[in-house]
Design a binder for this molecule. Structure first.
Ligand SMILES: Cc1cc2nc3c(=O)[nH]c(=O)nc-3n(C[C@H](O)[C@H](O)[C@H](O)COP(=O)(O)O)c2cc1C
Length: 345
């Protein structure tokens, strides 16, 4: 593949970030319907993939036309082998994860631990580049700790090693999710390299996106928690306008997720058990949706609304129910979603 074509593949778009659990196949399909054209697998451990494990994570739906696979690891030859397996299973692009902050991964020397070893990190990129022709992106954080921010340097090495794009989550490993994402650092990377830079961190409303588009040289964006709170965020970003679905529309979206889930996992007892577990997991995010306005955005500025407290909701009973953080309410919603006679209008 022509490398300029591969760069184009990553340019000028808003895409769904790779997410463990949250990026399950039924949920990706739901986001795809709302305009998330490019979707990605959950993070896959390269050493497990080459031993024949992790195969379910390679599965994707035919609707996912631009589905890619994210792998993590610390050994170039294993990462290269894993990338080849992913492409053989239909990955349209490969993403290398050097940002995962989870203790288990970092202790093993993978994910964000690689930020401390720029040379070996670039060697992994070069090894993968040698064996796959599909578009190749690399996901980084700003650095390991705040006093060791090295994303500009690493992005340059990654570019030289043959990556077609670099995604930057604007926090360090040590920060996890504390503090705002630092878009000034992401912008520095965008100014420094030729390959597309995909900015990531705290995008929740059309105004967040507008602000980052106008204040930085970044033209592609990754959305994670925003997409978990509202799968229709991609529609909002495409149309550059907020969308507050009615209660009836929200019930329909929930039913759609359950339908996609039962199609994927099966509609027998075991399959529906899994759909239910995912459905309840998603409520940690779904209940946080509020019909935020531009005035709310301005009031919260310069923090993103994703850092805001979630106000109580008043109004019709179902609206209040859908905003509840209580697990027993989420169970009630699950039962209602299964009850096809439950009125939605
Ligand atoms: C539930 C969850 C799972 C995640 N799993 C992954 C993962 O597997 N691979 C990865 O690179 N990042 C993962 N991330 C990080 C996101 O891709 C993203 O970099 C981060 O959440 C910042 O973006 P946001 O502010 O839009 O949430 C995960 C985030 C969340 C919330």
């Amino acid at each position: 593949m022509d490398r300029s074509e591969a760069r184009k593949f990553f340019s000028n778009q808003v895409v769904m970030a790779p997410m463990a659990t949250g990026g399950n196949l039924p949920y990706r399909r739901l986001c795809r319907q709302f305009g998330a054209v490019r979707t990605c697998s959950e993070m896959i451990l390269a050493h497990k993939l080459v031993k024949g494990g992790e195969r379910p994570l390679l599965r994707h739906h035919p609707d996912e036309t631009d589905f890619g696979v994210q792998i993590t690891g610390k050994r170039p030859e294993i990462m290269a082998e894993a990338a080849v397996i992913a492409v053989e299973h239909g990955a349209k692009f490969i993403d290398l994860n050097f940002g995962c902050p989870i203790d288990l991964i970092v202790r093993y020397g993978s994910g964000a631990a690689m930020l401390k070893r720029p040379g070996p990190l670039a060697a992994i990129v070069a090894a993968v580049r040698q064996v796959v022709d599909v578009p190749l992106s690399v996901k980084l954080r700003l650095g390991y700790t705040e006093d060791k921010i090295n994303c500009v340097k690493i992005a340059g090495l990654v570019e030289d090693a043959g990556a077609d794009a670099v995604s930057i989550h604007g926090r360090t490993r040590a920060q996890r999710y504390r503090k705002n994402a630092r878009w000034d650092h992401i912008d520095e990377v965008a100014q420094a390299v030729e390959i597309p830079v995909i900015g990531n961190g705290d995008l929740l409303t059309p105004w967040d996106l507008r602000r980052r588009r106008s204040e930085t040289a970044v033209s592609s964006f990754l959305v994670a928690r925003g997409a978990l709170i509202k799968p229709w965020i991609f529609k909002e970003f495409l149309e550059d306008a907020p969308w507050d679905p009615s209660v009836a529309e929200r019930w329909a979206i929930l039913r759609q997720f359950v339908d996609f889930g039962s199609e994927h996992f099966g509609d027998d007892e075991k399959g529906m058990g899994r759909v239910r577990r995912f459905f309840l997991w998603h409520w940690d995010f779904w209940y946080r949706h509020r019909p935020w306005t531009e005035a709310d955005f301005q009031k919260q500025h310069p923090d993103s609304l994703i850092q805001a407290r979630f106000d109580d909701v008043e109004g019709e009973a179902d609206l209040v129910l859908l905003a509840s953080p209580e697990p027993e309410d989420h169970e009630r919603i699950w039962r209602r979603v299964l009850d096809r006679d439950y009125p939605t209008v």
